[in-house]
Design a protein around this ligand. Structure first.
Ligand code: ASP
Length: 290
């Protein structure tokens, strides 16, 4: 969220009014606790507020003004003016989206470069700790030029984020399709109820069911990464452009499997660091030194 390259926190996409409304959620698998916030405008790190909802409120999801009011009661939740989230790159994307929309006369929530959407960069993470517990979290600015308080899949438990006691998913893509297909939960349900492998379940849902419904499908700008040693996670090959950060305790051979956006400087054999979620939960890493 603090890195401007990602569509979350600083660097989040602009909505149609030239501002930012941020969504985030977090789920702890073995307890099924969850917290989510939607339409956030002044919280520097929405995922921390989602965690506060999970841990310090009786609710799962708080939205817009109510979520901001809850943030007012939380001393450790840092606030910023909405313009803090601005970046030139995202401003250019909004300008282009609005020009394209005007040219096409389209009134759809989704905008971008047609087949090459400009909204990549939602941040997601799944962690497996030394006790075998899984947690998943997702944070996003949503989609460029979104209107009318639109909320995507990222703060919806079961759509953009899910964790149970053996499978966790954090997704990115065209949120409306992820909501309609309960994507994150469906992947874990296939693993849990049918014994599908994690890869087969993710492939079926992300690369077949969602595209068949009209959403985003297979891309080639991401790569599957796995490893048994936190210090040595290696790129294994391309899968899809959706960031899936999944752990399947029963089937997994490595300690981590996840998909990263290869627009990051990631190449074969390059070391990747996983720290965010373990810090967030105060968990010890599943393997290796932190
Ligand atoms: N899924 C997000 C949303 O629809 C966008 C993204 O992942 O890029 O809000």
């Amino acid at each position: 969220e603090d890195a401007p390259q990602f569509n979350a926190g600083k660097g989040a996409v602009f909505n149609a009014k030239g501002g930012h409304e941020l969504d985030a959620s977090i789920m702890e698998g073995h307890t099924r606790r969850a917290g989510a916030v939607a339409g956030i405008t002044t919280v520097k790190n929405p995922i921390k507020l989602a965690r506060a909802v999970m841990e310090r409120s009786p609710h799962v999801m708080l939205a817009a003004g109510g979520a901001e009011a809850f943030a007012d009661t939380q001393k450790d939740i840092e606030r910023v003016p909405n313009s803090y989230f601005d970046t030139d790159k995202r401003r250019q994307q909004l300008d282009k989206a609005q020009r394209d929309e005007a040219a096409k006369g389209k009134r759809e929530a989704r905008t971008g470069d047609g087949d090459a959407p400009t909204y990549f960069g939602t941040v997601g993470a799944v962690a497996l700790d030394a006790q075998g517990h899984i947690a998943a979290a997702t944070s996003t600015g949503g989609m460029t030029n979104k209107k009318w308080g639109r909320v995507g899949d990222s703060p919806i438990i079961g759509a953009g984020t899910w964790a149970d006691d053996r499978c966790g998913v954090s997704g990115t893509g065209w949120g409306e399709y992820y909501i309609r297909n309960a994507v994150a939960h469906d992947i874990c349900a296939r693993v849990g109820y049918r014994g599908d492998s994690l890869q087969a379940a993710a492939e079926e849902v992300v690369n077949r069911i969602v595209p068949a419904a009209g959403g985003d499908g297979v891309g080639d700008d991401q790569a599957v990464v796995s490893g048994g040693d936190q210090q040595e996670l290696r790129v294994q090959g391309g899968l899809s452009r959706h960031d899936f950060l999944c752990v399947d305790v029963l089937h997994i051979k490595a300690s981590f499997i996840f998909v990263v956006n290869t627009r990051l400087p990631l190449s074969e054999g390059k070391r990747v660091e996983i720290r965010v979620i373990t810090e967030l939960f105060g968990m010890s890493p599943a393997c290796g030194a932190p």
